[in-house]
Design a protein around this ligand. Structure first.
Ligand SMILES: NC(=O)c1ccc[n+]([C@@H]2O[C@H](COP(=O)([O-])OP(=O)(O)OC[C@H]3O[C@@H](n4cnc5c(N)ncnc54)[C@H](O)[C@@H]3O)[C@@H](O)[C@H]2O)c1
Length: 277
């Protein structure tokens, strides 16, 4: 099994959750990794931040697979930071083939008219502009390689339809589909493919916290994880509350591999049928 053997993948939000899972899954199939994460608190997030120790654990897990990894602290709101890490990563690892624009935040939940200006702006800056900056830092390397490539943007089911109380998140995740489609057209002559993934609930620290339990169960004062699971199950067609990070990584791996060589411009739900419900 070496579906991305010898390729190099740039992954944002690599310290934990889906980003770490993508790093490990791609490394299992032969890729080397360039990973970044902010490893710092975002004030409006209502769950604990990823840490530098988390990013080091990703390094440990990738190296345990005998793959190489360049991992740095960087913020997707800062293009120069991203560019510096990708440039160094490509200089050391020799090439770039795969981009996973995965970093994102959930922010605070509010009716649209109650979202503070700075929280709206920060959401768009990280979850949409950060994805664009990630691509902007990577595209020159993909083009220079002359071997094509695969860019995978992590959107959400919230990039396909609406959820109340998170219009900033929904707007950023929908916006990403426009970016994905435009990049797919712009980069097609270079055989660089661009697709987005739309997960349903994924079991990561972003959702496994009381603020999200309350978002899903506004009817309860102190909802438990079981109350949350009930509401999360109701969203999906398949009778499961959430998927695991590796389920998203397997879709990333497919899109990154040559098995998907003619797939571009596609918003791919990995959502237990939530989009058809
Ligand atoms: N968990 C879910 O249910 C779910 C569902 C659909 C989509 N998503 C999306 O999946 C992606 C990954 O989220 P996750 O579930 O693994 O959550 P997570 O919180 O475990 O991971 C997100 C990572 O992104 C990093 N990050 C946040 N802001 C950053 C910034 N400015 N610069 C660099 N790194 C930053 C965080 O430090 C964290 O390590 C996000 O884009 C999220 O919106 C999650």
């Amino acid at each position: 099994m070496a579906r991305v053997q010898g390729k190099v993948a740039f992954i944002t939000g690599a310290a934990r959750g889906q980003g770490r899972s993508h790093a490990v899954r791609l490394a299992q199939e032969g890729a080397d990794i360039i990973g970044i994460d902010i490893c710092e608190a975002i004030p409006e997030n209502q769950y604990p931040p990823a840490t530098e120790e988390d990013l080091q654990e990703t390094v440990r897990q990738v190296e345990a697979l005998d793959r190489r990894i360049i991992a740095e602290k960087a913020d997707v709101r800062d293009f120069e930071q991203l560019k510096a890490v990708v440039d160094r990563g490509v200089a050391e690892l020799g090439r770039l083939d795969i981009v996973c624009a995965n970093a994102g935040i959930a922010g605070r939940f509010n009716r649209s008219e109650d979202i503070p200006d700075d929280e709206w702006a920060n959401m768009l800056d990280i979850n949409l502009s950060g994805v664009w900056r990630t691509c902007k830092a990577a595209i020159p390397h993909l083009k220079a390689g002359g071997r094509g490539g695969s860019i995978i943007l992590t959107s959400s089911d919230a990039g396909l339809f609406a959820y109340e109380n998170i219009s900033h998140y929904v707007s950023a995740k929908h916006g990403m589909v426009g970016l994905m489609r435009t990049l797919a057209l712009e980069l097609a002559p270079d055989m660089i493919r661009v697709n987005s993934i739309h997960p349903t609930t994924v079991d990561t620290p972003m959702v496994n916290n009381e603020a999200v339990f309350k978002l899903f169960r506004p009817d309860l004062e102190h909802p438990t994880v079981d109350d949350f699971a009930e509401a999360a199950t109701a969203m999906n067609a398949l009778p499961i509350p959430w998927v695991e990070a590796v389920d998203i990584s397997n879709a990333v791996l497919f899109l990154a591999s040559d098995e998907a060589r003619y797939i571009t411009g596609v918003p791919l739900p990995v959502d237990a049928g939530a989009a058809v419900k």
